[in-house]
Design a protein around this ligand. Structure first.
Ligand code: MRU
Length: 333
């Protein structure tokens, strides 16, 4: 099993690997309609920018199947579902872009359950192919015996397969270039501690987990050759939204003259935004911060600020790797 989701056409359901329970338990959750799919995205059953785009596309298929069968004004009922799916998480542009593609498929003259399903399958297959290409291109940027620091989870769990930043790590490992991976724990959902370590260790990739606040010291000690991260949205000028803490990693990497590499499929590029500060940043439930070691740790009434993402300005980015090639926004290209 190396997939976050599985479409089962005959059964008319989307199966999602419940990432909240990993690595302890492997539980698949079934979605039968768009509202269930939107709830699974919102509640982090599935997460990671490309994976939520693909999930939303299958959610659109579930909606189309249900409402085609009802007849009547099926298209406006599907549209209401698409808007519900789009609102599930605001920062990753892959979600909105996948739904735009599904809208176009729904509006084609020959639209029907099969054509809409074929479009979702294409979105998923294209993501896997993009990740393999990103992996190959990104691995070339790393030195021999590379020691790489990464953040959050960007592997098959976060994508259609292979992964973006983790795809680079996988490809570098396959090419015999990867010596060590340092995975930040990634508070508060612990995507690094729970998911990245699990994925990489299953592939035999040497991975060491560190607390988020250990990253700069590790760079200062000369133990990292590069930082490689994914992205949830990249603007036309190269500003990058990614998991909270990414900006701090980029600052530390610049201070220690370490390349800061961002990996993402072109579905993560937002053609309509130039300034990173205009990207909507998801603000999540304070309980995600308070609740540690099985109980609420903060004193009663304490204020909490829980942004799920931050913006790294283009000037701090050494390279952006997409399936189309490598660009260098820090150098203005
Ligand atoms: O809140 P999450 O777990 O959905 O955040 C995921 C990330 O920030 C990833 O780094 C990003 O989506 C790139 S995944 C290929």
């Amino acid at each position: 099993m190396n997939r976050a989701l599985e479409w089962q056409s005959d059964a008319g359901r989307l199966r999602l690997l419940d990432q909240r329970l990993l690595p302890g338990r492997t539980v698949w959750l079934d979605c039968h309609d768009a509202p269930e799919t939107a709830a699974a995205i919102r509640d982090m059953v599935v997460r990671g920018a490309p994976a939520i785009g693909i999930t939303a596309a299958w959610g659109a298929v579930l909606s189309a199947r249900r409402h085609f069968a009802d007849g009547g004004d099926w298209r406006s009922r599907v549209e209401a579902d698409l808007e519900h799916l789009a609102a599930a998480r605001p920062t990753a542009v892959n979600l909105a872009r996948a739904l735009d593609r599904m809208r176009a498929a729904l509006d084609r003259a020959d639209a029907g359950p099969e054509t809409v399903e074929a479009e979702a399958a294409r979105i998923e297959a294209e993501d896997i192919a993009a990740n393999r290409r990103i992996g190959a291109l990104g691995a070339e940027l790393l030195p021999q015996r590379a020691r790489v620091l990464t953040h959050c989870n960007t592997g098959f769990l976060a994508t259609g397969g292979h992964g973006t930043a983790a795809g680079i790590l996988r490809s570098a490992f396959e090419a015999g270039k990867l010596h060590a991976v340092f995975a930040t724990e990634t508070r508060p959902w612990l995507q690094g501690l729970r998911l990245t370590t699990w994925e990489l260790a299953r592939d035999g990739i040497p991975v060491t987990v560190i607390v988020d606040s250990a990253a700069a010291a590790l760079m200062r000690a000369g133990e990292g050759d590069a930082v490689v991260v994914g992205a949830d949205r990249i603007t036309t000028r190269g500003d990058v939204a990614n998991k909270i803490g990414t900006y701090a990693l980029a600052l530390a990497a610049r201070a220690h003259d370490i390349p800061f590499i961002v990996a993402a499929p072109s579905t993560t590029l937002d053609p309509d935004l130039a300034e990173g500060d205009r990207i909507p940043i998801e603000d999540r439930d304070p309980h995600e911060i308070w609740r540690v070691l099985g109980r609420d740790q903060a004193p009663e009434g304490v204020e909490t600020h829980n942004p799920a993402f931050d913006i790294t300005p283009a000037e701090l980015v050494t390279a952006i790797v997409t399936e189309a090639g490598v660009s260098r926004p820090g150098e203005g290209v």
